[in-house]
Design a binder for this molecule. Structure first.
Ligand code: TXA
Ligand code: MG
Length: 329
């Protein structure tokens, strides 16, 4: 099938209430008709996702926003006009057409216009928006290629619409509103600083805040292989010489280390390139039968903040020395 035919085929399945994996500029999504409860239920079932964790609704344009959201704050509309299509998700008051299953019973809905030509074409063919979380089993690493989706969900998804590798490689930035004031709910592919140029200063959501952000779980985006973060790789490596270690480095500062494999996210130190590679390298390392993955924190600015957030959630949360002694006894 050529790509045009594949898009038509995906549209047919979605119209029949089926789910289809779709490419976006951030990560692949597992999509279904946002107005069809049984289609949405299939998404939760396939992902094994708790129903308390709401989904993002994907629409084709800023104009389509009125279909699903109401009482849209002025700042939200300005942000939408600047960043859509693109990796910005807005959490807004929902209209009744959106299934409660999508929003986990909340009166708000998360919505964005994805910036991917294939999925934009698909959305324009459809008469309904697409609810789509990332197309990975709940808690696991998000997919950035069609092959990732197939290897994780092979027999569960009737069709994966292939749109190549995701350009951004990391999930959208999520902005919600508290008394019309913008709150950064999830760090993501658009830097906080870029959003603040339009919105003014953002409050940053903390897990202890009263704002409810289901899905922002402590352990998430995690490989099966234990992952540790260290800002001193040589020191962290020294007690590990009999272990099969995979190193995941930002730039190539460490050489000559005796490790099973070393992956460098961006030799030139580009955060954009590192984000593009991050999940793909984690998928690859997780498939290598390693004892552990050792990684380093990114500089804490711009995209580095979002990537540090993902690494922290992916990490085993254990002290590496403790882990080493426990597993060698
Ligand atoms: O880049 C992305 O955002 C990708 C692509 C596929 O669009 N999607 C994605 O979806 O990352 P997912 O399900 O992995 O994350 C959606 C998150 C939820 O975990 C939750 O934190 C937040 O969006 N969310 C959804 N609805 C919400 C709501 N009504 N209020 C607060 N947070 C919400
Ligand atoms: Mg996800």
């Amino acid at each position: 099938m050529n790509q045009e035919k594949e898009i038509v085929f995906a549209a047919k399945l979605l119209e029949q209430g089926e789910v289809v994996a779709i490419p976006t500029e951030t990560v692949y999504g597992l999509a279904g008709n946002a107005f069809n409860e049984s289609a949405v239920q299939k998404i939760f079932d396939i992902k094994n996702r708790p129903s308390s964790n709401p989904l993002i609704v994907h629409i084709e344009s800023v104009e389509a926003l009125e279909q699903i959201a109401k009482e849209i704050p002025v700042i939200a509309l300005s942000l939408a006009k600047v960043f859509w299509p693109g990796p910005l998700t807005l959490v807004l008051k929902k209209k009744s057409l959106v299934s409660d299953l999508v929003t986990a019973g909340q009166d708000t809905v998360a919505v964005r216009v994805p910036n991917h030509p294939v999925t934009l074409k698909l959305l324009k063919m459809l008469s309904f928006p697409l609810a789509a979380p990332s197309a990975n089993p709940f808690g696991y690493i998000s997919p950035t290629t069609a092959a990732h989706v197939k290897s994780m969900l092979h027999d569960k998804v009737p069709f994966v619409l292939n749109g190549g590798s995701c350009d951004k490689g990391i999930e959208s930035t999520i902005i919600g509103f508290e008394n019309n004031k913008p709150v950064l709910l999830r760090k993501g592919a658009i830097e906080q600083e870029a959003i603040e140029k339009i919105s003014g200063p953002l409050e940053v959501y903390q897990a202890t805040d009263k704002v409810r952000v289901p899905g922002m779980l402590k352990i998430h985006y995690a490989p099966y292989t234990p992952l540790f973060i260290s800002d001193n790789i040589p020191e962290a490596l020294s007690p590990l010489r009999f272990k099969r270690v995979g190193l995941l480095l930002f730039t190539n500062k460490f050489s000559g280390e005796k490790v099973a494999v070393k992956k460098v996210l961006s030799v030139s130190g580009s955060m954009e390139q590192a984000a593009q590679n991050l999940y793909a390298y984690l998928h690859e390392l997780d498939g290598m039968n390693l004892d552990l993955i050792l990684t380093e924190p990114f500089p804490d600015s711009g995209l580095g903040k979002a990537m540090n957030d993902r690494l922290r959630r992916a990490s085993s949360n254990k002290n590496i020395t403790e882990y080493y002694y426990k597993s060698s006894n």
